[in-house]
Design a binder for this molecule. Structure first.
Ligand code: SF4
Length: 244
């Protein structure tokens, strides 16, 4: 295994631990498996109870690790030149809820982890408000896996180049629902062009998976008057996740 790949995986593992997600996807067993090139057995960490271990979880975790390994050095668009770190996503491989934002920002680009910094802290609080624990109940990622310079919106070419990674993540995790954060995520994933206000009121799905759209936490920090409608979106999501 090349040193650069080992360093990237080790950095990601450290970052997951800092976020309170020790070994949840890239556990020490997986890390050693990656480093040695051997088969990865995988075990569910005892520190994160609440979901039964099983073949499905291990298969999904392994598939995510394989996807990470296959894409961490992606050069499919020009953002490979300007990124500091590739930001694959983080969370539970068998989450009922996948959360999808727009693209890594400055903090994410530096740390290689999605939704850190002030917007990330607000997202953690938003999830807690509907009884979801960011450390174990969700998988969080973005439309783009590398930061656009200056946090500009993704271009059409960048979004198209990166779409396959997200599509495969959704396919592997097969969540019960998707939460899309902001207009860009909604437009890119659903192929729609209407305003966020209009899309929030619609019953939507992505390949049969129910979708809820709400404001991006960074937008909520700038526009606190939107927190009330965002909370209503989250309550709809909570009710959706409780449906059989
Ligand atoms: S943004 Fe996506 S397509 Fe572009 S280099 Fe990064 S991983 Fe590859």
């Amino acid at each position: 295994m090349p040193d650069t790949t080992r360093n990237a995986v080790q950095a990601y593992f450290r970052q997951q631990a800092e976020l309170g997600m020790p070994g949840y996807i890239f556990g020490s067993d997986v890390l050693s498996g990656i480093q040695s090139g051997a088969a990865v057995p995988g075990t569910r960490p005892a520190s994160l109870p609440g979901q039964p271990a099983g073949d499905s979880y291990e298969a999904k975790r392994r598939a995510l690790v394989e996807l990470y390994r296959a894409t961490e050095n992606c050069h499919n668009c020009p953002l490979d030149d300007t990124r500091t770190k590739y930001v694959f996503g983080a969370g539970n491989a068998e989450a009922n809820l996948m959360i999808i934002g727009e693209a890594p920002g400055e903090d994410e680009d530096r740390q290689g982890v999605p939704f850190v910094g002030a917007a990330g802290q607000l997202l953690t609080k938003m999830l807690a408000a509907i009884d979801l624990d960011r450390r174990k109940d969700v998988f969080i990622t973005n439309i783009l896996k590398c930061r656009p310079p200056g946090n500009r919106n993704p271009s059409d070419a960048e979004a198209e180049a990166c779409a396959g990674i997200l599509a495969r993540q959704i396919e592997i995790i097969a969540p019960a629902a998707l939460l899309l954060l902001g207009r860009v995520a909604a437009h890119r994933l659903l192929g729609r062009t209407e305003s966020l206000a209009k899309l929030r009121g619609e019953k939507l799905d992505y390949k049969g998976i129910p979708v809820v759209i709400t404001y991006h936490p960074a937008a909520l920090l700038r526009n606190p008057q939107w927190k009330r409608p965002a909370y209503e979106d989250l309550q709809r999501l909570q009710a959706m996740l409780k449906e059989p």
